[in-house]
Design a protein around this ligand. Structure first.
Ligand code: IPD
Ligand code: CA
Length: 272
């Protein structure tokens, strides 16, 4: 079995690769992007940049770490240089917030996380437009521009600014909209910014109090989830479940219980 370098070393690789990838995404945005294909629904789009950026990331990781596994949003599991089981797996969203990217809205990012033995140990989220870069290593804190990140200390759900997001399937969106309609009178306000990885980082730095969403894929949440957890947020699903496709809640310790209970009552993990 291959060896696994320390998280800090893996993070340095992730940062380097993410910066090159974000540069490519930005250049392609400036040159003009259009929809290359649709995926789960007519509004679940993929641009040429999503594909080119994922290829660039995968090729770079292959060069630097040929024995590692790579999972990307657009191409799935990339071929490896060896058949031996990999302890290290990279989880890549080449562009999180693709719809924002398509419209030129500056809330989209390259997200790269790295797992060792199934646990995320490092991650970077880099905003394609602004260059904002959030990083974390397991046990090493969450950081942006040399500043250690701390989440909100809000304790009252009624005062909480809560970020959420919606899936691409119309039936799922209808259910999610019903949940939000019930929740919004009970919190300060709701934000839908459009890129889960960045949303989690925004919550990590206390620019919103909490986040929840049903339907996230692992590449949407792997890096941002570590940044959020290392900034002090509790991350979980509903009813004691781990965060996953059914539900991801990221909230400061005092808010997690009240937000969780409200979402459970509203059957936020239910529906299609
Ligand atoms: C989407 C964004 C969005 C979230 C969706 C994700 P994509 O990822 O993160 O904010 O609400 O659930 O699918 O498609 O832009 O990579
Ligand atoms: Ca994506």
């Amino acid at each position: 079995m291959d060896s696994a370098p320390p998280p800090r070393e893996l993070l340095e690789i992730a940062i380097d690769v993410a910066r090159g990838a974000a540069d490519t995404a930005y250049r392609m945005r400036v040159e003009g992007v259009s929809v290359a294909a649709t995926k789960s629904t007519a509004t679940d789009v993929v641009t040429a940049a999503d594909r080119a950026v994922e290829r660039q990331i995968t090729d770079a990781l292959r060069r630097l770490r040929p024995a590692d596994a790579v999972l990307g949003e657009e191409y799935g599991a990339a071929e490896r240089g060896t058949e031996a089981p990999a302890r290290v797996r990279w989880i890549v969203d080449p562009i999180d917030g693709t719809v924002n990217y398509l419209y030129g809205l500056p809330h989209c990012a390259v997200s790269i996380a790295v797992e060792v033995d199934g646990e995320v140990v490092a991650g970077v989220v880099r905003n394609i437009h602004t260059g904002d870069e959030w990083t974390a290593t397991l046990g090493g804190g969450a950081w942006r521009d040399g500043q250690r990140l701390r989440c909100s200390t809000e304790t009252d759900l009624g005062q909480a600014l809560v970020i959420t997001g919606f899936g691409y399937d119309a039936g799922r969106r209808a259910h999610q909209a019903r949940v939000v309609a019930e929740l919004i009178p009970q919190v300060r306000d709701i934000r839908r910014l459009g890129a889960a990885a960045v949303d989690l980082c925004v919550v990590a730095e206390g620019r919103a109090d909490a986040y929840y969403e049903k339907g996230l894929a692992v590449w949407d949440r792997a890096a941002g989830g570590l940044v959020a957890a290392e900034a002090g947020l509790l991350i979980g699903g509903l009813k004691g479940l781990a965060p996953g496709p059914d539900m991801v809640i990221a909230a400061p310790p005092a808010l997690f219980g009240p937000l969780h209970d409200r979402l459970a009552e509203l059957d936020a993990a239910g529906g299609p």
